[in-house]
Structure formats: structure tokens, C-alpha cells
Design a protein around this ligand. Structure first.
Ligand code: AMP
Ligand code: ZN
Length: 499
């Protein structure tokens, strides 16, 4: 990389950040965009509700995890040190979020004739692989609910001591009437209900919004996953799991808690009630929620045949980065409709960014262009400003694409220097720390298989000797056997994999 280019962008990143202003994020608690201010120095604790590992993650879940990854990257880009904790929900998430129905893990186990433990291990591994393919930075801590049962029991004991609990035939419940400000996150009506919401009535619950902290194993049965407790054998409530794990790793009060919007009225509402009940302190400063992904205009569901996973898409030949780009084109607080036409458009856009990056790396230039230098820094500042404004990814990408079009034209007309190109390249790589589109991959020269390389050389010799029949035969062989197409350019023979 050109010295001049790299030092300029590096020196300029402080200026880029200064011009971009502070990071503002929409806080569900206050319904306002707020400047992110850490509890401690430049450190931020961030908790994300993890997947319930009874099945594959679908591309809706993955949208939320990519959003959380972008949030973390934007914060880190702005100089914060983020401790990212994402749990694995491997017990206790019932089919209804409101404590009725079956444990999803048991459903998965029955479906596949395995134990809940095997199901958990299998889908946790696949989920973390999907996350890595989508270039999601691995959270520093990935706690499993089943490994924190003691922490959960301690938390229930504390709530019991403070008078927040009561016991019914099927479990230990949290009494929401004792909780000050219950429902403030979702702005629930008194009594804890969203207007118009109906819930199944458990006659032993004092109020419909009360929720289970601990559920007893059904009488006469033995679950795959159950533990002894002071109240009887059973398993923890799903909301309690997140309170126990988040406070264990991030403290009684921490900075950021995120998840999908479906978690606002029940799961996160109940996390707040029990955590604040137990500690007497504010639980979380910023609540950040992503809107849902829908498919072909409908909610994704197995029964509708529109349940897509990352492999559904990669099996059709799409690169995971095309899906990541597809997500980024929409603002995270807007519902996003997945269609293959939309994914095709994202793939085209991804190809053009990758081609741009590759071209910048190879460009050998014309005259130095002062305008390019100024525009590069301005683009960096505009891009960052958009990202810092509640992660406005569509705006940031629009800024980037206008810039790409402009610089491509300058390169067509050779109106910029090699050093200019290196500087633009460096900006692209710096901004990719936020986007996470793995742009540096386009700079890596893929090696040809050894035999193919031999054939390319033989063809060159044949061409030089004027034996075009043989040259064409070799070209066809490369295409059919190695899926490689050759292109004769003024700079010599180039090859690429056929897509
Ligand atoms: P779960 O496995 O149900 O606990 O969900 C894991 C994460 O995915 C949570 O943050 C959910 O809010 C989120 N989520 C669930 N469905 C969707 C969807 N269709 N689009 C976006 N996020 C979703
Ligand atoms: Zn949670």
C-alpha cells in the first residue's frame, strides 16, 4: 500500500470522526435518539439476546444479529471498547413467550429423536458458523443458559427475599403488581397489557402479566433438562436467564441491551422488572431494537414454506456477503421484505464494490488529483456521519456508491494517480471495518490450480507460435474442466472463475 495514501487516511480518521459527530442511537426506553455515553470511560457493555437453539437460525434472526454486529462495529470505530455478550438460549423458552406451552428445546428433541442436549449442541454450532460466514464479529462472551443455573437460582432467592415472588402448582412466579413502573419499556397499560393483547389465563396467576421465574417439571415426567432447586425440580424461566447472564458479565447496571422488536412487550419488559426488583438499580441505559425481516410480504414460518436459512441462500450460489449487503440497504428500524429480486440487486451491488476495490489495487494511474484527496476525506466524514446517526446504513451506502461512480470515471479517464487510488483503497478498507463486507478479499489474488496454470502457459506459447487452433482448444478445456474463463487484455491474459 502506498505510504502517502495510508498515512493520510490514518491521520485523517480523527478529523473524519470529529466531523461526523457523536454516535446517536434510538433508545426504545425514551423513544428518542440519544448520544451514547458510557457508564465508564470509553467502555461499553452490550448484551444481545441469543438464539433459541432448537432449530436453524432463519434469515430473520440473522438480520438482528447482523444489526447488532454493525452497532458494535460503529461503536468501536468511534473509539469505544465494547464488551459484547450474546447468550445461547438452550432451555426454558416456551412456545408462547408468556410462560405457556412447551419448551422449544423439547420440541426440537422430539422432532429429531435426540436429547435436548444434543439438539442444543448441534444448532449452537451451526448458528455460530452462520454468524462467522456473515462476518459477524464473535462476541467476547457467549454464555449458555444451562451453564448458569446457579446464578439464576440465586437471583430468584433474592427476589423471594424481597417479596416479589409467589409459588403456584407449576412454578415460582414474579408478582408484577409489586414492580414499580412495570411495562415502561413497552409503555404498557396498567395491568401490564398491550392494548388489545390477549393471553391465555393461568388461573393461579395473580395477574396475567406475572411471569415464571422457575417452572416445575410436569409431575411424573423427567425432562432431559432439569435441575433441583429450593422450590422443586424444574427449569428456569426464559426472561430470568437473560437477567442472570447479562448482570453476571456486565454488572448490575450496564449500557446497551439489544434484540428484535418482538422482545419489547414481554421478554425485555420482564427482564427489567426482575433485574431492577433484585438490585434496586436501573438495569440498562439504552435499549435498542431491530425491526423484523419478512419474506415475500409474509411472516416467515415453516408451515408457509418460506422459512429461509443462510444455507437456503448459499445453496443457490449466493455469497453470504450479498445477504449482509441486502440487510444493510435497509435501516434497522424498518421492516425489511426479503425477495430473491432484492437479493440479486444486493449481489450486483456487492460485485461492483468488489470490482472497484480490485481495480483500485491494480490501477497504475495518471496525474495526481488534488480533488480526489479532498473528496476521499469528505466521503469518509459523510459516511461516518450517516452511520453515527442511528446507524443510517442506507444513507452511508448511498454516499459510498456516489463516490465509487465518480472515482471509477476518473480511473476510466486516467485523471488520477496511483497514489490517489491507494488512498481511496485505504478509505474503502477503513470504512469496511464498519460495514464488515470483507472487501479486502477482492485484493487477494486467487491462485490457479497447478494444472490450470500449466495450461494457461501452454496456450500462451501456442498463441505466440500462431497456433490458434490449439490455443482455442486449451481455452475451451480451461472453461469446461476448471470453470475458468480467459480474457486477452492489453496488459496480458487475465482469468476469472465463471460465476
Ligand atoms: P429467538 O431464537 O426467538 O430467541 O430469536 C433470536 C433473535 O432473533 C431475537 O433477537 C429475535 O427478536 C430475533 N428475531 C426473531 N424473528 C425475527 C425476524 N423475523 N426478523 C428479525 N429478527 C427476528
Ligand atoms: Zn434475552
Amino acid at each position: 500500500m502506498g505510504r502517502m495514501g495510508s498515512s493520510r487516511v490514518r491521520l485523517a480518521s480523527a478529523a473524519i470522526l470529529r466531523k461526523a459527530g457523536p454516535v446517536r442511537i434510538f433508545n426504545t426506553l425514551t423513544r428518542k435518539k440519544e448520544v451514547i455515553k458510557p457508564l465508564k470511560d470509553k467502555h461499553l457493555g452490550m448484551y444481545a439476546c441469543g438464539l433459541t437453539v432448537y432449530d436453524f437460525a432463519h434469515i430473520g434472526n440473522l438480520r438482528t444479529y447482523v444489526f447488532e454486529d454493525v452497532l458494535r462495529r460503529v461503536l468501536e470505530f468511534n473509539g469505544f471498547r465494547v464488551k459484547h455478550v450474546m447468550n445461547i438460549t438452550d432451555v426454558g423458552h416456551l412456545t408462547s413467550d408468556a410462560d405457556t406451552g412447551e419448551d422449544k428445546m423439547e420440541i426440537g428433541a422430539r422432532r429429531e429423536r435426540k436429547t435436548a442436549w444434543e439438539i442444543s449442541e448441534h444448532y449452537t454450532e451451526l448458528f455460530l458458523e452462520d454468524a462467522a460466514k456473515l462476518n459477524i464479529e464473535r462476541p467476547q462472551v457467549i454464555p449458555k443458559a444451562t451453564q448458569h443455573i446457579n446464578d439464576m437460582i440465586k437471583l430468584i432467592r433474592l427476589l423471594e427475599k424481597k417479596g416479589y415472588t409467589y409459588v403456584t402448582d407449576d412454578g415460582v412466579y414474579f408478582d408484577t403488581s409489586k414492580s414499580k413502573g412495570y411495562g415502561k419499556l413497552a409503555r404498557l397499560e396498567p395491568g401490564g397489557m398491550l392494548p388489545g393483547a390477549r393471553v391465555e389465563v393461568n388461573p393461579q396467576k395473580k395477574s396475567p402479566s406475572d411471569f415464571a421465574l422457575w417452572k416445575f417439571s410436569p409431575k411424573g415426567t423427567k425432562r432431559d433438562m432439569e435441575w433441583d432447586s429450593p422450590w422443586g425440580a424444574g427449569f428456569p424461566g426464559w426472561h430470568l436467564e437473560c437477567s442472570a447472564m447479562s448482570m453476571k458479565y456486565l454488572g448490575k447496571t450496564f449500557d446497551i441491551h439489544c434484540g428484535g422488536i418482538d422482545h419489547i412487550p414481554i421478554h425485555h419488559t420482564n427482564e427489567i422488572a426482575q433485574s431492577e426488583g433484585a438490585t434496586g438499580r436501573k438495569f440498562v441505559n439504552y435499549w435498542v431494537h431491530a425491526a423484523h425481516l419478512i419474506v415475500d410480504g409474509r411472516r416467515m414460518a415453516k408451515s408457509s414454506g418460506n422459512f429461509y436459512t443462510l444455507s437456503t441462500i448459499t445453496d443457490k450460489g449466493y455469497d453470504p456477503m450479498s445477504l449482509r449487503f441486502f440487510y444493510l440497504q435497509a435501516h434497522y428500524r424498518r421492516e425489511l421484505n426479503f425477495t430473491y429480486e432484492g437479493l440479486d440487486a444486493a449481489r450486483n451491488a456487492m460485485n461492483s464494490i468488489n470490482e472497484f476495490v480490485r481495480r483500485l489495487g491494480e490501477y497504475d494511474g495518471g496525474k495526481d488529483n488534488v480533488g480526489v484527496r479532498a473528496l476521499t476525506l469528505k466521503t469518509g466524514a459523510r459516511f461516518t456521519k450517516a452511520m453515527n446517526d442511528d446507524l443510517n446504513t442506507p444513507e452511508a451506502l448511498a454516499v459510498l456508491f456516489r463516490f465509487i461512480t465518480h472515482v471509477n470515471r476518473l480511473m476510466d479517464e486516467r485523471r488520477m494517480s496511483r497514489a490517489n487510488a491507494r488512498m481511496v483503497l485505504e478509505l474503502m478498507l477503513v470504512l469496511d471495518r464498519v460495514l464488515g463486507l470483507n472487501l479486502k478479499r477482492s485484493l487477494e489474488k486467487e491462485a490457479l490450480p497447478e494444472q490450470a496454470e500449466k495450461l494457461v502457459k501452454e496456450r500462451e506459447q501456442a498463441r505466440k507460435a500462431g497456433d490458434y487452433v490449439r490455443a482455442d482448444a486449451i481455452r475451451n478445456r480451461l472453461r469446461d474442466e476448471f470453470n475458468i474463463v480467459l480474457e486477452d487484455t492489453p496488459e496480458g491474459v487475465k482469468w476469472k472463475k465463471r460465476s
